[in-house]
Design a protein around this ligand. Structure first.
Ligand code: ASP
Length: 326
């Protein structure tokens, strides 16, 4: 009898051991792929964006996320996933990128975008362009098909044309909502820059950001979004970052690179480094905004010092979340 009891105890113990090992394995297992997106950060409150609008933003973020997820699931690269995901957000007038770009002080649209590949630190960007339908696609062409990193204005448009990137009349970027927000500029608390960071099945990290900049900006003003190391950064040894917020601060504090450097040289985790840069350094300086990030092990960060940041992420493990407020 005793024999049977000890055998039963042993079996229960073994089963328990197997279950807990499986759980630990699931928790620590690196996901095959991860995608994180943002649609801008700002100080709008829960009342400023009504429930219907919140729902609509969440639906758009979810659709964008699904585009990237499907590409990654089928073995697409991080750059491919970023391009198509951001293209969708650029075509959606609700975000301040592509179609929905904000107006400069003199009523024009000047768009910025950048991309960086963590595998080889190659990067491409366009700044102050007014006729490229999807600036992120032009940035990818600069990265892949030119010897430069950043092309601006007329030169960027000429290059995009040569690369068969779709050119549109500047009137394409006219949206009533952005025009009104220029008219009531200081009332508008919403932002809407878009960004995407990815870890793909091949272990490669990449980051991309696309924006219309800041409402009422001075002609020729370039923000952090097309500046590698400020608004966008990716390095396979550390992380991929896309930022949104008051660009001048993100440039001065080299935010995206600073997070990567803290991980590389100070051995910080992505969460610790993002927290230090966004919620300490930037807060002390008065710089509003946030970042999305993913590290080489698939850990993510969505860190912001504003009331809200449109954000969403998905992992190959089935984990998926879409959120606006804290
Ligand atoms: N960072 C962008 C810029 O300063 C704007 C934003 O993300 O809202 O151009």
């Amino acid at each position: 009898m005793k024999k049977y009891i000890s055998l039963a105890v042993l079996i229960i113990f073994m089963v328990f051991l197997i279950i807990s090992c499986k759980q630990i394995d699931q928790e620590t297992k690196k996901p095959d792929y991860v995608i994180v997106i943002h649609g801008g950060a700002g100080n709008a409150s829960n009342q400023d964006i009504n429930k219907e609008e919140q729902q609509e933003y969440k639906e758009k973020l979810s659709e964008a996320l699904t585009i990237g997820e499907n590409i990654l699931k089928e073995g697409g690269t991080s750059i491919e996933a970023i391009e198509k995901t951001i293209n969708y957000l650029e075509d959606c007038p609700m975000f301040n990128a592509g179609k929905g770009a904000v107006f400069t002080h003199d009523g024009k649209n000047e768009l910025d975008a950048s991309i960086m590949n963590g595998a080889d630190l190659n990067a491409g960007a366009v700044a102050s362009v007014g006729d490229i339908k999807n600036p992120i696609s032009a940035a990818i062409k600069v990265m892949n098909n030119s010897e430069h990193v950043l092309l601006s204005g007329h030169g960027a448009s000429e290059f995009a044309k040569e690369q068969n990137i779709e050119i549109v009349d500047s009137s394409y970027f006219f949206t009533e909502k952005r025009w009104e927000s220029l008219q009531h500029v200081l009332k508008s608390k919403k932002h809407g820059t878009v960004g995407c960071v990815v870890l793909d099945k091949y272990g490669n990290l990449a980051a991309g950001t696309s924006t219309g900049g800041r409402t009422n900006k001075k002609y020729g003003r370039i923000g952090d979004s097309p500046i590698i190391g400020a608004g966008t950064y990716a390095n396979n040894n550390t992380c991929a970052i896309s930022a949104t917020g008051h660009g001048e601060y993100f440039i001065r504090y080299a935010v995206a690179h600073d997070i990567s450097a803290l991980m590389e040289y100070k051995d910080m985790s992505l969460a610790e480094a993002s927290e230090l840069v966004i919620n300490k350094k930037l807060v002390e300086a008065g710089g509003l905004g946030g970042i999305i990030g993913v590290d080489k092990n698939g850990n993510i960060a969505t860190t912001f010092n504003t009331n809200m940041m449109f954000r969403a992420y998905a992992k190959s493990t089935g984990e998926r979340k879409i959120a606006i407020f804290k």
